[in-house]
Design a protein around this ligand. Structure first.
Ligand code: BGC
Length: 744
């Protein structure tokens, strides 16, 4: 096979977009000096990342490894850094990487739960705690945050995402990056963050993991790229390319995304790592003939470091020697890797002094984990004020496979947990209310997937003895996350059946759901009186849920993703296009109401399902609390603004109920007519406000006409003059609506 020599335009750009201060110049000079001394093999060594099980001390000593992932023994890490810096040819320290996704030892709610807090400050603090814990054992790089937009709850990795909206995702991702990286990367407790998976991994067909995505350029720019761009703006140090292919090109070889957009257009000069084995998997994709071909294509596209598979190690030397690859590509990649090592201060301080670090899982961290878990819980239903539970209750039934499971409530990506640290709802109930309440406990089902009804009788007896049933339902951690997509997203196993049986007792049922995705609950919704959706809430999930159940705290979480009624409605997301025949309740005819042998007609029929309608079960942004909030007095600073000007929008939010609570106030806009059909709503801002009973606050937002911009057919970011609707709202389906014009 013949290879073309390709010289991407940006080979010489290494300081573009980078602050040209002396410090930076000095660093680039140091890199230049090092590069001059390094042999081709030394350089290729830097570009290879080895998995925990695959590295060996000799490889590190010989300078054949630039980074190690999944080694978490602090003694080994210390020895490795000592070998690398004291005995390898150029004394270059190692990047020690780990997936610190929602906690290291102290586990926070899964990212989807984090997004439900709509609280960037909390997310930043939590990520910082995770960084401190991870850094204390020598980790200096995490593969997070994942910022893939996910509109498909079947996809297992939706758990790791911040949901369906690019604005919310961007805000969350930025907060997490700041928390991981701190304001100074050389601090011993700062670790490099990684924006992943570039780009469109969440758009895989059918929600099947690793799957093909087709993303037109306008959608790519309007939705999928935005969080990554926000990451670049806040200084994320690394990027990871995805496993998947988009529009026919595997992400590890996508020169357009990696070079033209990320490097050229965004002028970003951080480190790009491949996903695990993803370079070699391009052979399986049918895109490369062999490992050599894969190594060449990945490097040309701009992957600096190869994770796990050894194609760089095996073939780059030969490719350079036969002039099938330009050595400048190698120099550029190594420069990006060395730059990160310098920025992290690893040349000066490669070895961590564990004594400098606070104890892991300390009281402060647990408090923060509990606070985050409280805010991540979304109350989806509360008939007849079933919640909070009355303090007079004496007998309570605690049922369900997730009521007392310290492992499962932690969720996916928790390799470094210590399950002894977990406090389950049962632990918390016993601790706080054990003396005042009779707790009648039954697992009901051995696991979330179990179909065996052995414990049904015991569970029903527990319910019969009680005034209220708390049913802890959901998914075990392992049926969520990577490679664990589901085609049916109802409660798994015989949970629905058990709920049905429990409802026959006539006792009120509170459903507490721990899950890695939105579940479809239509089959049991009318048998349930209240729902607290807690995603997988982490180490302090138990005390957080118990505080909410008893009203010590009021729920404040809002959905970061649409909950469909049935799986067949997917994809379903709030910022869809209007279409020429948008759904309308006056025209909707349900399947059961269509007369037999009705005359064929399409007029009056719109974009909906005749069986499932057109509304989701719960819309994006939705969440109840123990009080009621009224929205009034929508005020716009102007009815007409000129291009480049600001508009201020405010409304008065009042707590009209009896509990102090937090409301997440959301601002949405709609461009009525544009040169690309606009979405029906777009989230532009949000604010959390706390209100005492009877208290009101004026919430004010400012938008610039630039905030109304979109990518037009020429892929230019433009704001077009015209009419805009605007809402200050409790969720994406309600709110006070106003209107303004943008003029040239
Ligand atoms: C995942 C990445 C992860 C990597 C390293 C891959 O399977 O897709 O998100 O960072 O493994 O563990």
């Amino acid at each position: 096979m013949k290879f073309k020599l390709i010289f991407p335009t940006l080979l010489l750009f290494h300081t573009v977009g980078f602050n040209m201060s002396n410090g930076v110049n000095e660093m680039e000079t140091k890199i230049d000096l090092l590069l001059k001394k390094m042999s081709l093999q030394d350089k290729i060594g830097q570009m290879s990342q080895r998995n925990g099980a695959d590295w060996n001390y000799n490889g590190v000593k010989a300078g054949k490894i630039g980074s190690i992932l999944n080694e978490v023994d602090p003694k080994k890490i210390k020895k490795l850094q000592k070998l690398a810096t004291e005995e390898s040819p150029h004394g270059i320290p190692l990047l020690i990487a780990r997936d610190v996704i929602h906690g290291f030892r102290t586990i926070f709610p899964i990212p989807l739960g984090l997004a439900a807090t709509w609280n960037t400050e909390l997310i930043e603090k939590g990520a910082h705690i995770s960084a401190v814990e991870a850094a204390s054992i020598g980790i200096n790089w995490t593969f997070g945050p994942m910022m893939d937009i996910s509109r498909d709850p079947r996809w297992g990795r939706i758990a790791e995402s911040f949901g369906e909206d690019h604005y919310l995702t961007s805000q969350m991702a930025v907060a997490m990056i700041k928390g991981f990286q701190s304001d100074d990367l050389t601090k011993p407790d700062a670790i490099a963050a990684c924006a992943k998976h570039f780009v469109g991994y969440g758009a895989g067909e059918g929600g099947r993991d690793y799957n093909t995505a087709y993303i037109p350029e306008q959608l790519l720019r309007e939705v999928y790229l935005k969080p990554f761009r926000a990451g670049v703006e806040v200084g994320v140090e690394t990027f990871m390319a995805g496993f998947h292919d988009v529009n026919g090109i595997p992400s590890s070889a996508n020169t357009y995304y990696l070079r033209e957009i990320l490097r050229d257009e965004w002028a970003w000069n951080g480190l790009i790592v491949s996903d695990y084995n993803a370079i070699n998997e391009m052979i399986v994709h049918g895109y490369c003939v062999d490992g050599k071909d894969a190594a060449q294509k990945a490097l040309i596209a701009g992957i600096d470091m190869e994770m796990a598979s050894g194609d760089y190690e095996n073939y780059l030397e030969d490719l350079v020697e036969t002039r099938e690859l330009d050595i400048n590509l190698i120099n550029e990649a190594v420069r990006n890797i060395l730059r990160l090592k310098f920025k992290l201060g690893l040349f000066e301080n490669p070895i961590v002094n564990a004594d400098q670090f606070p104890k892991m899982v300390n009281e402060d961290y647990l408090k923060m984990a509990k606070q985050t878990a409280i805010q991540s819980v979304v109350m989806l239903k509360n008939e007849k004020n079933t919640l909070p539970l009355s303090k007079n209750i004496k007998n309570i039934a605690v049922i369900g496979p997730l009521a007392d499971d310290p492992f499962e409530q932690l969720g996916t990506w928790t390799f470094d947990k210590n399950i002894e640290d977990t406090q389950t709802p049962m632990d918390a109930l016993n601790e706080v209310y054990g003396n005042d309440l009779n707790i009648h406990y039954s697992k009901g089902l051995a696991t979330s997937r179990s179909t065996d009804d052995t414990y049904f009788k015991e569970a029903i007896q527990a319910a019969e003895k009680s005034e209220v049933v708390l049913f802890f339902a959901g998914e075990e951690a392992i049926i969520t996350g990577e490679a664990h997509s589901r085609a049916n997203i109802n409660l798994p196993g015989a949970q629905e059946e058990l709920i049905e049986r429990l409802s026959e007792t006539g006792k009120p049922i509170v459903l507490i759901v721990m899950a890695g995705r939105p579940l479809t609950m239509g089959n049991i919704l009318d048998k349930i009186d209240a729902i607290l959706y807690s995603f997988h809430p982490g180490t302090m999930g138990g005390p957080a849920i118990v505080d909410l159940l008893f009203g010590n705290e009021s729920p404040s979480g809002k959905l970061p993703v649409t909950f469909p009624k049935v799986v067949g409605q997917i994809p379903m997301y709030y910022n869809n296009k209007n279409t020429g025949r948008p759904p309308n309740k006056d025209n909707f005819v349900h399947i059961d109401d269509i007369p037999v042998r009705a005359w064929q007609t399409s007029l009056g029929n719109e974009t909906h399902y005749i069986d499932a309608g057109y509304k989701p079960q719960f819309p994006f942004g939705f969440g109840l609390s123990y009080t009621k909030f009224s929205y009034s007095n929508l005020t716009l600073s102007d009815s007409v603004i000129r291009m480049g000007e600001d508009i201020t929008i405010s409304a008065v939010i009042k707590n009209t109920g009896h509990a102090e609570a937090v409301e997440v106030v959301q601002l949405y806009t709609r461009d009525l007519v544009a040169s690309i059909t606009p979405p029906v709503k777009e989230l532009k801002r949000f604010k959390r406000i706390q209100l005492k009973p009877g208290e009101s606050k004026t919430v004010q937002f400012t938008l610039n006409t630039g905030d109304l911009a979109f990518y037009n057919q020429e892929m230019e970011l433009v704001t077009e003059p015209g009419t805009f609707h605007i809402w200050i709202a409790p969720d994406s389906d309600n709110g006070l609506q106003g209107k303004f014009e943008v003029k040239k």
